[in-house]
Design a protein around this ligand. Structure first.
Ligand code: ZN
Ligand code: ZN
Length: 236
């Protein structure tokens, strides 16, 4: 038991060397060089966070067909080495990465010119996948973020009621179909929360936006008029 506890605490301590190049990082997750060299997503569509040329605010997809969320933010482009950092968090239980990812997202949120939401909702995993992985990476990213912003972290409002096939091999249309009826809203919880109207959805990666889009559409049907999507990285 004691050993387990020690192991857990070691795993959440900041690593002594840089996660990417392994040079000494003085207790930080990344050395200054690797931090600077991350694939930052400096100019992006404000509705779907896809990287854009500097002069544009909305991308060619969102202009004719606006997505359900009002706003989306993703500090990184999902390319090397952001992809490897995130998959290490996701698939190999390297929880040491999550404070880093949460911090990157926090910096981006603090820089946005938009009112903060009433609560933060990490995109839920299906219970089967949660059992298999042992943790929800979106929750791990959202936890330090909610704490730093002083916002409630909501984990009971939405559940994943249907297990989906992995989205990775599907095209956009198939992804949308794959997501029909996936999420369910707990209406009692919604009432207990006083029917919030502005919520931020947190996830690690936004690929086509189909998952957060399905969740946002469902929440809109329950009176959440204003939805932000906060992701660490966006597939270009
Ligand atoms: Zn480094
Ligand atoms: Zn867009």
């Amino acid at each position: 038991m004691v050993n387990q506890w020690l192991k857990f605490n070691q795993s959440i301590l900041p690593p002594a060397s840089c996660l990417l190049c392994e040079t000494p990082a003085h207790g930080l997750a990344l050395c200054t060089g690797c931090l600077q060299d991350l694939p930052w997503n400096l100019h992006a569509c404000e509705r779907c966070a896809i990287p854009l040329p500097e002069e544009l605010l909305i991308c060619g997809e969102c202009r004719p067909r606006p997505p359900p969320q009002q706003y989306a933010i993703a500090p990184l482009r999902y390319v090397f080495p952001a992809d490897s950092l995130i998959s290490r968090l996701k698939y190999s239980r390297q929880l040491a990465h999550s404070p880093l990812l949460g911090q990157l997202l926090l910096d981006a949120v603090m820089a946005m010119e938009r009112p903060l939401p009433q609560l933060i909702l990490p995109v839920p995993l299906h219970p089967l996948r949660l059992a298999e992985r042992g943790y929800n990476q979106a929750l791990e990213i959202a936890r330090p973020l909610a704490k730093a912003l002083g916002l409630p972290l909501e984990t009971q409002l939405v559940t994943r009621v249907r297990h989906t096939r992995s989205q990775r091999t599907l095209d956009a249309k198939a992804r949308q179909h794959n997501l029909d009826g996936v999420f369910g809203v707990n209406t009692t919880r919604l009432a207990n929360l006083g029917h919030p109207t502005h919520i931020a959805l947190v996830d690690d990666v936004m690929t086509t936006g189909a998952t957060v889009g399905a969740l946002a559409t469902l929440l809109q049907r329950h009176g959440v008029t204003d939805i932000d999507v906060w992701c660490v990285a966006r597939t270009p």
